[in-house]
Design a binder for this molecule. Structure first.
Ligand SMILES: C[S@@+](CC[C@H](N)C(=O)[O-])C[C@H]1O[C@@H](n2cnc3c(N)ncnc32)[C@H](O)[C@@H]1O
Length: 257
């Protein structure tokens, strides 16, 4: 068995989370591809080319993101891509096949401290991309009354969750217990609905730029499985601490082929 597949098979021991030793995103995606694992979803939350994480030339950034989408789309049914709306807009006509747009999602936070005069940024975009016909689970969002109607065959249509997800930014005293010190940590409440839409319990999400490990925390809450990695040793240690797991070095350490 491929060493990554073996680690995933043992993931119930770590409450569904497999954390890899620090690795570049393309290396992680290549190892996952090679493992042959059945991946439902890849979460892509790179630095934004705006603010924290630094800024590079637009053309270079776009090439990086398009390469990421191609590598993620080759292994998963669903891909989420995070960024600021004015940057995400540039990709709307450029998704590499077989990916197509499922939804333009907005994370809305009204508690961003105002540091400039004028409009105060209160949103990030998450593009939901998928292979044609990729399975969605809107039924995971039904409340008890709707589930009862469904069981009786009386649910006339399947209501979907809104495409705007409201969750407070983890800043100051807000979400203090959840804060890890990572400079771009997203709240679990912003990530959980994304996973809920595409994962059944036990299904697999990969987050190869996992930062503080929010995708792992959200996957756990849903009984799903997560493979996490980040290029930074500092953030990998932070995830170990947050999720109570040890990063593993695959043996053999890199690609087998
Ligand atoms: C926006 S943050 C992710 C935040 C994360 N979603 C969370 O909630 O904590 C981007 C992360 O990507 C990682 N990263 C950036 N470039 C990378 C690369 N080439 N390979 C692997 N990780 C990378 C950074 O170290 C950083 O932790």
């Amino acid at each position: 068995m491929h060493p990554l597949a073996a680690a995933v098979a043992q993931s119930p021991d770590t409450d569904g989370v497999v954390l890899l030793a620090p690795a570049d995103v393309f290396e992680t995606l290549a190892v996952v591809a090679e493992s042959g694992l059945d991946v439902r979803c890849v979460m892509l939350d790179p630095w934004y080319n705006k603010g924290v994480g630094g800024v590079t030339d637009d053309e270079e950034y776009d090439r990086f993101v398009l390469d990421l989408l191609a590598a993620a789309g080759a292994i998963a049914d669903h891909v989420y891509l995070w960024g600021f709306p004015e940057i995400m807009a540039r990709f709307m006509t450029r998704f590499p096949a077989p990916l197509e747009l499922v939804a333009w999602l907005t994370w809305y936070y009204k508690n961003n401290p105002s540091v400039i005069r004028g409009w105060r940024s209160a949103q990030m975009t998450c593009l939901h991309l998928g292979r044609p016909g990729a399975r969605l689970y809107p039924e995971h969002f039904l409340n008890e009354a709707q589930l009862a109607l469904k069981a009786q065959g009386k649910l006339r249509y399947m209501p979907g969750p809104p495409s705007v997800i409201e969750a407070a930014l983890l800043v100051g005293f807000i979400g203090r217990a959840e804060q890890t010190g990572h400079p771009a940590q997203k709240p679990v409440n912003a990530i959980e609905p994304l996973l809920k839409m595409v994962l059944a319990p036990g299904e697999l999400v990969v987050d190869p730029m996992c930062g503080s490990g929010t995708t792992g925390a959200a996957a756990r809450a849903l009984g799903a499985t997560a493979i996490l990695a980040d290029g930074s040793a500092e953030y990998t240690a932070l995830v170990e601490n947050r999720l109570g797991v040890q990063a593993i070095t695959l043996d053999p350490p890199r690609l087998l082929g």
